[in-house]
Unconditional design. Structure first.
Length: 738
């Protein structure tokens, strides 16, 4: 049965979180003191790195996968659990565009930002919003400009003469001075206040009421919390001015909130939630609840509800905060962007909590359990469940919480069995095969995928058929590439790489196929794909590039000459990728073979001429020296198709088996062989000595490949060229050895 679309499930929208939009709309002249820990997440992956191209996912790295697992960014897991409630798999969505180093993520790996942008495309006015950025974004002055017009509107509604309006308008303009050099730049109030000193309430005079409001706001901007609350408290009489009354009651909560935050700031401005004043935090919550009691549908109601959550976080009351989040997870429509904002808030404010404590909400508890299963990486020994953050017994004791979510409960237990206990038979018992689906929501897909990984770990002969059945229903975003990766890994490990590249192969993902072509394929498969008329042009070009380079490196010069004419069939991308973007370019840099650099001093012809000479006589000294220069001048020395393939312990990623037979001949070996060749003439021997020494420049590290030689040998080469070839240009150019 096809799962229901996300839009078939009825939900109510999530209220706006921090209330910033409500403030702007209502004219509240106070910003929000935000701080890094409220908007950022510490659970995301690292900065520059590349993912392990393996299906298993035990530990947090730089990328997540579509399968719910311990190694995912916790935001990704929680978001997938939300989508699962709606039966949504994202099949109707498009993949996000990756730029820079993240292009190597392909369609198997993702960051939280990728998932977010795939589900929620940027609004048409996103650029306009970006252009309207204010220098006060993120602090309590962020609405200093947007609040001007609503205040002036309120001023016009009062029965005041022109002189009074002029005075109050000028006072409102002066208020901005509090934010010119950062919040608090007005300094402390003088004996007459910032604008006016008042000591009683209610204030019947309309001009004084508005002046008191400006006085309160000036105190707020300047960090005079007690004084700001005092003045806002004078304005709570509904009968005198409903707008001022509602706004001021709300602002009492905002003032207390900022006082709470200030209580945990050290002298350097660093915030530590563990140092917050719990008394002020509780009074903050009381103020917002009082506001909602009086104004349940008020202008700031949604903001107040969001800031109650913030007050609970500042109190470190994770029990009540979790109850609220549990309700919001059920109420929030996962098809709207508010779902992503909710996930980000829960991640940084509840999942990262200390002390942890338990939860009575299944989605929160599941995300928390997975977070606590994270390991430091792969370990040859099973985890010690007695010392690990969460044990199987801990999870088993949560059965009552998951009464209505049995599939999710067994998935959590199976993750523990797989990644911590390494009890793969238990995984199979917990996750029976269920492959007769047209679509798989996140939990159902994760269950079957983890079962497939257990089959692989056990070496079960049914693994291939299992993946082939699962792939038929893997229609959700990122799902099919995930199955293809697992199946491709199986074929590679079994030595059946030809199944990946057979006509009609289920392995269609371009990144997976390129990794296997570059790092694993033998010459027969490379030539098959390079010459195949039914092969897509980018893959043909990649296979040709790989075949040409590997034939050179293995000394298969006849094969290079045979395949070289195919280069005329392709136009490489215009230099935007180079060798190190080999997996990303539509057409790799085949022009290195047709128009690369051949010489920077030693006379060498085009590479085709050099290779044709070597095909006739592989021991030709000049041709070997020229092939070495071709490698050096075009960046092939340090280039490897395995550059992005993980070498960590654990289950093997794809691209770790090399089916290309024979031995690679590095250019370092050219020089040592020529130095031992009596047929080498004066110029050839001098150049070989020069290049052999330069292999270790400038970092005392061999950049030419092959076996290193000791520094004493390098010194001997240096002395040799200076003594016996001192008149050569190569001896004159060489000033050091390394």
């Amino acid at each position: 049965m096809v799962a229901r679309s996300i839009r078939d499930v009825r939900h109510i929208p999530l209220p706006a979180f921090a209330g910033d939009n409500d403030i702007a709309k209502s004219g509240l002249k106070v910003g929000v003191l935000l701080f890094a820990t409220w908007t950022s997440s510490v659970s995301a992956g690292g900065a520059y790195c590349t993912p392990d191209w393996r299906p298993e996912n035990p530990a947090l790295g730089c990328a997540s996968q579509i399968v719910i697992a311990p190694g995912n960014d916790s935001r990704v897991n929680l978001f997938l659990l939300m989508q699962d409630q709606a039966g949504a798999d994202g099949a109707e969505l498009g993949y996000p565009d990756h730029v820079g180093w993240r292009t190597f993520y392909g369609r198997n790996f993702l960051r939280w930002e990728d998932l977010r942008s795939a589900w929620f495309q940027p609004a048409p006015d996103a650029e306009e919003e970006k252009a309207s950025w204010s220098p006060h974004d993120g602090d309590r002055c962020q609405t200093i400009e947007t609040g001007r017009a609503p205040f002036l509107t309120a001023l016009q509604r009062e029965n005041l003469d022109d002189e009074a309006r002029s005075v109050l308008t000028a006072a409102r303009e002066r208020l901005a001075a509090a934010c010119e050099n950062g919040p608090g730049s007005l300094g402390p109030p003088g004996p007459d206040g910032y604008f006016v000193a008042l000591e009683q309430a209610p204030i019947s005079d309309p001009m004084l009421r508005l002046a008191a409001y400006l006085e309160a706001s000036a105190s707020f901007y300047s960090g005079q919390w007690a004084r700001a609350e005092q003045y806002y408290g004078m304005l709570s009489d509904e009968d005198l001015n409903p707008w001022l009354a509602e706004t001021s009651r709300y602002m009492i909560g905002r003032t207390r909130l900022n006082a709470t935050i200030a209580s945990a700031d050290d002298q350097w401005g660093w915030f530590d939630v563990d140092k917050t004043d719990g008394t002020i935090a509780r009074r903050t919550e009381e103020a917002f609840r009082a506001y909602l009691k009086n104004y349940p549908q008020g202008s700031y109601a949604s903001s107040a509800r969001g800031l109650i959550r913030k007050a609970l976080w500042l109190q470190r009351d994770y029990g009540r905060l979790g109850e609220i989040y549990s309700g919001l997870l059920q109420q929030t429509d996962p098809a709207v962007e508010a779902a992503a904002r909710l996930v980000e808030e829960i991640d940084s404010k509840w999942l990262m909590r200390e002390p942890r404590g338990a939860s009575a909400a299944p989605l929160l508890l599941a995300a928390d359990d997975l977070l606590r299963m994270r390991g430091p990486g792969y370990d040859p020994e099973p985890w010690d469940s007695e010392t690990h953050a969460v044990s199987f017994e801990d999870i088993d004791a949560q059965a009552e919480v998951f009464t209505e979510h049995p599939d999710l409960f067994s998935l959590i237990k199976a993750n523990h069995a797989f990644y911590i206990a390494q009890n793969y038979r238990l995984v199979l018992n917990l996750l029976p095969a269920d492959l007769q689906h047209g679509r798989y929501p996140p939990v159902a897909f994760s269950r079957q995928f983890l079962r497939g990984l257990a089959l692989h770990a056990l070496g079960d002969s049914a693994e291939e058929d299992f993946w082939l059945q699962l792939i038929a229903g893997a229609q959700g975003l990122y799902q099919r590439p995930a199955v293809e990766l697992a199946l491709a890994r199986l074929y590679e490990q079994q030595g059946r790489l030809e199944k990946v590249f057979a006509l009609g192969s289920p392995i269609t993902d371009a990144h997976i196929r390129r990794i296997l072509l570059g790092a694993s394929a033998g010459v027969a498969i490379l030539k098959q794909q390079a010459h195949g008329k039914d092969v897509p042009v980018p893959e043909r070009a990649f296979a040709l590039f790989t075949a040409l380079l590997r034939q050179l490196r293995h000394g298969e010069f006849d094969g290079f000459v045979e395949d070289y004419p195919l280069t005329s069939n392709f136009t490489p991308d215009a230099g935007q990728y180079g060798l190190w973007g080999i997996y990303d370019a539509d057409v790799p840099p085949l022009d290195l073979f047709t128009a690369g650099r051949w010489s920077d001093g030693y006379p060498c012809p085009a590479i085709l001429d050099t290779v044709q000479t070597l095909a006739s006589d592989a021991q030709t000294i000049d041709a070997r020296l020229c092939l070495g220069d071709f490698y050096r001048l075009n960046g092939f020395d340090d280039f490897s198709f395995r550059e992005y393939i993980s070498q960590q312990d654990g289950p093997p990623p794809i691209g770790t088996k090399d089916f290309y037979k024979g031995t690679v001949i590095p250019r370092h070996a050219f020089y040592t062989a020529i130095l031992a060749d009596d047929a080498a003439n004066f110029e050839q021997r001098a150049y070989a000595l020069y290049r052999a020494v330069r292999c270790y420049a400038p970092a005392n590290r061999n950049t030419c490949g092959g076996e290193d030689v000791d520094v004493s040998q390098r010194k001997a080469w240096f002395d040799h060229i200076k003594r016996d070839y001192g008149n050569s240009r190569w001896a004159r150019k060489l000033r050091y050895y390394w």
